[in-house]
Design a protein around this ligand. Structure first.
Ligand code: FEO
Length: 402
């Protein structure tokens, strides 16, 4: 059964959500699913924006058929050729054989890489800045390469001032009836997931995100419609997300606070970070977020690393190197290009200790990142005589937070 929502008289959401999916990209845990957004603008010409993941394709087609009420589609705008948004192209063309597929040269190259159907006669290739009139609505295509893939393009509809923003400003978490962010408790329910989504999916591409934000700086925006998650239609909501993207894309912490990511095989490294966390708290530090890397998926830790100014990493040695979970986390932090952070390091090792050295090497490779305090190296378990070293490290972290 169809399930659509109106953005305005002319614009309808025809997307769908998947709450059964456990791992987005078969990698990132989803506690509340994800939505695949798609929109129809009805005017003299009718345009559909993007398709959806194959898991929700049936719902999507029902939504389109219901919305069109017998009318034909003229255009399918292809914002992004990742299969969570493009898997329905061939089926949409089968339903609407006169449709034009609107994309750029890279869009069509990727389409042909993924799919075998010859749809060349449907291609309508656009260049950056090209416009397409639907009647009273005009679409302007704004290329946004590497926000998240090279073919990505935003579309700006100038009459209703809608920015169709591809993956940007999206979030994990399905739409739960309330399509618009201002109808939800966005800060409580979605914002952490929007940050985790950004950090892990788009986080590596800070410079391209900065480029598109600059390109849009003078564009009046009344609605942001991303491919995942709620739609922003209030000044506050739009300002919130533009502000967050400014922070995240420049790797600027949103808050002073300390993320403590640790690995611990028998509880001794955990004891060390608990001692440090208690000392930080006693010294007035309020935002301390502790993660056992063996218990928490790294995407959550990455999300909080994007949020906070300081990071403490603590890990035992394993196989004369770095414990697997910590090695994976720090390599991911490096791969995402996270920078501009203050990092403290606690190593542990009972024989041939190496974790402090390995973590120092990985942290030193992060751009604009300062190692705060002395690198501590405990050998198996914290001893009474080492407590002053922890006090000193806690003092150095507190100083760095000011
Ligand atoms: Fe939602 Fe980059 O795909």
């Amino acid at each position: 059964m169809h399930n659509t929502q109106k953005l305005s008289n002319s614009v309808t959401w025809v997307g769908a959500g998947d709450v059964r999916l456990a791992l987005f990209e078969n990698m990132f845990p989803l506690a509340n699913g994800i939505s695949y957004n798609s929109f129809i603008i009805e005017d003299e010409k009718i345009a559909l924006f993007d398709t959806v993941d194959r898991s929700v394709h049936r719902q999507y087609i029902e939504n389109i058929i219901y919305t069109l009420n017998g009318k034909q589609l003229d255009y399918l705008i292809l914002s992004h050729m990742e299969p969570d948004h493009c898997d329905g192209i061939e089926n949409v063309v089968a339903h609407y054989p006169n449709i034009k597929l609107v994309g750029n040269a890279k869009t069509f190259q990727l389409f042909e890489q993924f799919y075998d159907g010859d749809l060349k006669s449907h291609y309508y290739e656009v260049k950056d800045g090209d416009e397409l009139s639907l009647g009273s609505h005009t679409l302007k295509f704004i290329f946004a390469p590497m926000v998240h893939w090279p073919e990505v393009m935003f579309t700006y509809e100038s009459t209703e001032q809608i920015l169709f923003s591809a993956d940007a400003f999206g979030t994990f978490g399905n739409i739960q009836g309330n399509l618009f962010a201002d109808e939800t408790d966005y800060a409580d329910f979605y914002l952490n997931e929007a940050r985790r989504y950004y950090g892990n999916i788009v986080g590596k591409f800070g410079a391209p995100v900065q480029a598109i934000l600059k390109k849009l700086a003078d564009t009046p925006i009344s609605i942001i419609a991303a491919l995942h998650g709620p739609i922003f239609r209030t000044e506050e909501g739009i300002a919130l997300m533009l502000g967050k993207y400014q922070h995240w894309s420049t790797y600027t912490p949103e808050k002073q606070g300390v993320v403590i990511a640790y690995a611990s095989m028998y509880g001794n490294t955990e004891n060390a970070v608990n001692i440090l966390a208690k000392m930080l708290s006693e010294k007035g530090v309020q935002d301390i977020r502790m993660f056992d890397v063996s218990k928490t998926h790294p995407s959550y830790i990455v999300g909080d690393i994007f949020k906070y100014s300081n990071l403490v990493v603590a890990s035992p040695t394993y196989n004369m190197g770095l414990y697997y979970g910590m090695d994976a986390l720090l390599n991911e932090v490096s791969a995402l290009g996270i920078q501009n952070r203050k990092v403290s390091i606690i190593g542990n090792g009972s024989w041939a200790p190496a974790s402090a050295k390995k973590m120092t090497e990985l942290v030193s490779a992060m751009k604009n990142t300062t190692i705060i305090g002395n690198v501590l190296d405990i050998t198996s378990a914290v001893k009474e005589e080492q407590l002053p070293l922890f006090e000193k490290l806690a003092d150095d972290i507190v100083t760095s937070l000011k």
